[in-house]
Design a protein around this ligand. Structure first.
Ligand code: ATP
Ligand code: MG
Length: 355
């Protein structure tokens, strides 16, 4: 029965088109989880997108495209509850309630906030305009806690970068229940996801929607070839040490651009193709042109059904809006229940106008 099922929750920001990091780091697992006996909530984190917005961006367009890509990748809105964060506005209310028990020092130690500070020129937080980091970005862990706690999630599969934030959500739930002597909030668990972190095509540490270094699931063959050709292969890291050809042994020894290529080859090509190119590398042959062409072919084979699915009849803006509505309706009762219990626990009482 639905009530007894474990609730799994995960979200992606609609900050661009979905890329290979999103697929192999998240969506692939979403699809696997949906086939198990769990209640899966996957939300489009549009409020979160705003934490790093510098101007108006058509996040709704990205949302629709992401959802059509989800469907093309095998996510089924009848099996998983796929909703938009802002269609559950009581998340914002819970965010406000939780902010009342959140310690500023704690937020300053949040990884997202610290990363944002580190990216400022000279790591400087003063300057004539003051700290350019918004209150919203600093409060990101509270909003994330609200996302998790509002639907009473049991498990939150996250990459290592987000683990700290899930722990903060658990701490907030414990603190809330303790301070207000209630059990309004369920304590969630972080679940480590496979540690795969796909580097960017520029060789940078992480492929990201907002980094301009991504390989997209909807990229067409021309674009794929163009992007693959620009992966830097000029630095020569020298010979590979050891006899093992296993990706875990080989890839860390490669220069960043080649590491991306071999990582993708390992994910997409049959093993003998990957091994063949490891052999060529070991023998010091000249093969980068062929390597890139081969990789591009495998990427195109992978993208082709996703591109077809994206354009398939029945998978369009209207169908996506329809299931967004249906799924928002499905999560709303549990979310309202949570926020009403929190209001009651804190002493302001239940909403008088909300049914
Ligand atoms: P942005 O650059 O706007 O932050 P993003 O590409 O990092 O976008 P998110 O919405 O922040 O995407 O993350 C969505 C999910 O995809 C998360 O679960 C995250 O762990 C995963 N993910 C994102 N980038 C990668 C990557 N390079 N490798 C593995 N997983 C990734
Ligand atoms: Mg991100």
């Amino acid at each position: 029965m639905a009530e007894k099922q474990e609730v799994v929750l995960s979200g992606i920001r609609p900050t661009g088109r979905l890329h290979y990091g999103n697929y192999f780091g998240a969506i692939k697992q979403f699809v696997e989880l949906q086939e198990q006996d769990q209640l899966c909530y996957y939300f489009i984190a549009d409020y979160h997108a705003l934490t790093t917005a510098k101007e108006r961006v058509d996040y709704f367009r990205y949302t629709l495209d992401m959802l059509r890509t989800y469907v093309a990748c095998g996510l089924d809105p009848k099996k998983s509850v796929i909703y938009r964060q802002s269609d559950l506005p009581c998340t914002a209310e819970l965010n406000l309630l939780l902010s009342m028990i959140s310690n500023i020092g704690h937020l300053e130690r949040g990884t997202t906030y610290k990363d944002a500070i580190a990216k400022l020129p000279g790591g400087n937080t003063d300057g004539p305009d003051g700290n350019p980091i918004s209150y919203g970005l600093m409060g990101y862990p509270i909003l994330m806690a609200a996302d998790i706690l509002i639907v009473q999630a049991d498990k939150v599969p996250v990459g290592d970068d987000q683990r700290q934030h899930v722990e903060m959500a658990s701490d907030m739930a414990r603190k809330f229940n303790h301070r207000f002597n209630c059990e309004a909030l369920k304590i969630p668990q972080g679940v480590s996801r496979n540690a795969l972190r796909l580097p960017g095509l520029d060789g940078g540490t992480k492929m990201g929607k907002s980094e301009n270094n991504d390989l997209g699931l909807l990229d067409d063959p021309k674009l794929v070839l163009k992007k693959v050709k620009t992966i830097p292969t000029s630095t020569d890291p020298g010979p590979i040490q050891g006899d093992s050809d296993a990706p875990a042994d080989i890839i860390p020894q490669l220069a960043p651009g080649l590491a991306v290529i071999y990582t993708l080859l390992d994910l997409l090509a049959p093993e003998d193709v990957y091994l063949d190119f490891v052999g060529k590398y070991r023998r010091g042959e000249k093969f980068y042109g062929m390597l890139k062409n081969t990789l591009a072919e495998h990427i195109n084979d992978f993208n082709a059904p996703i591109i077809d699915g994206f354009h398939a009849e029945g998978n369009n803006d209207e169908s996506v809006k329809q299931f967004l509505m249906e799924n928002a309706e499905k999560v709303t009762p549990v979310a309202l229940d949570t926020v009403e219990n929190c209001r009651e626990a804190m002493g302001i009482g239940r909403s008088l106008y909300r049914a």
